[in-house]
Design a protein around this ligand. Structure first.
Ligand SMILES: Nc1nc2c(c(=O)[nH]1)N(C=O)[C@@H](CNc1ccc(C(=O)N[C@@H](CCC(=O)O)C(=O)O)cc1)CN2
Ligand SMILES: Nc1nc2c(ncn2[C@@H]2O[C@H](COP(=O)(O)OP(=O)(O)OP(=O)(O)O)[C@@H](O)[C@H]2O)c(=O)[nH]1
Ligand SMILES: [Mg+2]
Length: 458
């Protein structure tokens, strides 16, 4: 285990009220004791645990005050990392934090890697891997719902459910082993029925968790929403309306938007990642061509497409080309510019004619229908963030699917009348996958990879 002492800024570098430098490891208190001059003259190591003290960080080499600070020492194991932790609250901005880090490093601390404080909390057993991942997700949350999902995960809701499933699997194994060890009891018939029933129950619990990931993905990643249409239909106007900001350039000239523009918007609790695109048409303009290609390339990865038609123009070849490109996707058809005399005719497109939402972006009419429709499409049947266990991490979802498959194999093996030992192997595999979620059975390189995606100082 790593026992060296690490240090990093816990606050974002820049103009802020205060900056916090966090130090963790066996020498944390000793190192800071040497450079902290408290107002009452006592050494940090002699001061009260978890009490915050006023004083100065002094650069011992230069014998010069580096900054006026508040310092708190927390003795392990009751700390974030379970090691001794010291937090130095200095003035915000980049100079003080950098200076204090420099002094700490010259006294034997080492700059922490990304996520290393949380990694230590995990390696030292205070939290499991799902909880460590939740710490990271909290920091990157953009909406209240996704924050709450992570907070519940940090509280250990998912860990607890996985522990419960593991327990059921373990019970299953002990049942089997009784039979293997004492075959003379000849209870095999009954055991097999029992195993089937318990396995089916476990499958249901897996299904519930796996299904919850649909809701989790929406809240965590947002609905990837692509705005498409031929030039000048009002795509950028819609983008600006949804963002409530003049983000994209709008002009009466067709072909105004060249590059794709991506922005995140919280639409009454529904997170959308909106992508405005270049109007799609056949063009000889080299720059525009690239934009059109980019727009078409985005279709594949979109969760939702907002396809806009211009009511004041006839349906054209470009419209029909786009309709064909997106026929396998989830699409909301919008008919814009309904304030103008209507020229469009959906004659050969009855489905679109029925579904199309009539709006006037310029006239601010009918736009609430878009929001309602999106909610209906994506959040109908969505789980409750506060009441349900929601899987919001794709790593967890994939492992749950693997763990589920192993239990399906148990049932298949029973159908094929395979031996009890074979069933045991399947159950063990399932346990192994669950252990990878919580971190009990996970390779070191994978752990390293997970934590390097964290931010510095976390
Ligand atoms: N100043 C400061 N604020 C912070 C953090 C921090 O590390 N420092 N946190 C960092 O993310 C978050 C709070 N999370 C924390 C989680 C556990 C412990 C901790 O010391 N746990 C001990 C003792 C608990 C107790 O007092 O009962 C333990 O679990 O044993 C501290 C902070 C947010 N705010
Ligand atoms: N009459 C009317 N004009 C609108 C409406 N919505 C947008 N427009 C106008 O249509 C023109 C084109 O709007 P944009 O939002 O730039 O259209 P776009 O689809 O992004 O166009 P490109 O980027 O060129 O593909 C602008 O002059 C808008 O003011 C509407 O509801 N009614
Ligand atoms: Mg545009």
């Amino acid at each position: 285990m790593n026992t060296d002492t690490i240090a990093a800024s816990a606050t974002y570098p820049g103009m802020s009220g205060i900056g916090i430098v966090r130090v963790s490891g066996k020498d944390a208190i000793g190192i800071v004791s040497d450079i902290f001059k408290s107002k009452n003259g006592k050494k940090l190591s002699e001061l009260k645990n978890r009490m915050m003290y006023y004083g100065w960080i002094v650069d011992p080499e230069k014998d010069k005050v580096a900054d006026e600070v508040l310092v708190v020492a927390m003795k392990g194991p009751n700390t974030f990392t379970k090691e001794d932790v010291v937090e130095i609250n200095c003035h915000g901005g980049i100079v003080s934090v950098e200076m204090i880090l420099g002094i700490l490093i010259s006294r034997g601390a080492r700059l922490a890697e990304r996520g290393e404080f949380t990694k230590r909390a995990f390696l030292n057993g205070r939290i499991d891997l799902t909880q460590a991942e939740a710490v990271m997700d909290l920091v990157s949350s953009k909406t209240r719902n996704s924050f709450d999902l992570s907070l519940h995960q940090l509280e250990g809701r998912l860990s607890k459910e996985i522990r419960n499933i593991r327990q059921s699997l373990m019970d299953l194994i002990s049942q089997i082993e009784v039979n293997i060890d004492f075959p003379e009891y000849d209870e095999e018939e009954m055991t097999v029925e029992n195993i089937k029933n318990i396995s089916r129950e476990i499958l249901k619990r897996f299904d519930k968790l796996i299904k919850s990931a649909d809701t989790g993905k929406i809240y965590k990643e947002g609905i990837k929403t692509l705005i498409l249409g031929k030039p000048n239909v009002g795509k950028s106007s819609l983008m600006n309306y949804l963002l409530n900001e003049n983000r994209a350039i709008v002009t009466e000239i067709p072909g105004t938007t060249r590059d794709t523009i991506e922005e995140f918007v919280n639409l009454a609790g529904v997170p959308l990642k909106i992508i405005d695109t270049a109007g799609i048409r056949y063009t000889d303009d080299e720059v525009e061509k690239i934009g059109v290609k980019k727009a078409l390339d985005k279709i594949n990865e979109a969760d939702l497409i907002l396809m806009i038609f211009d009511a004041s123009k006839a349906l054209e070849g470009e419209d029909i080309m786009i309709i064909k490109e997106i026929q396998d996707k989830k699409v909301l058809y919008l008919l814009n510019k309904t304030d103008l005399p209507e020229k469009i005719d959906f004659e050969n497109f009855h489905k679109i004619k029925e579904e199309v939402i009539k709006v006037s972006i310029k006239g601010n009419r009918g736009l609430e229908k878009i929001e309602n429709k999106i909610k209906e499409e994506f959040l109908k049947g969505a789980l409750d963030v506060d009441d349900d266990i929601i899987v919001s991490n794709m790593r967890h979802k994939n492992l749950l699917m693997k763990a589920r498959k192993s239990i399906e194999e148990v049932l298949e093996s029973i159908e094929k009348s395979l031996t009890l030992e074979c069933l045991e192997v399947d159950i063990m595999n399932s346990l192994e996958f669950l252990g990878e979620i919580t971190g009990e059975s996970v390779r070191d390189d994978l752990i390293d990879k997970i934590f390097t995606e964290f931010c510095i100082g976390k």
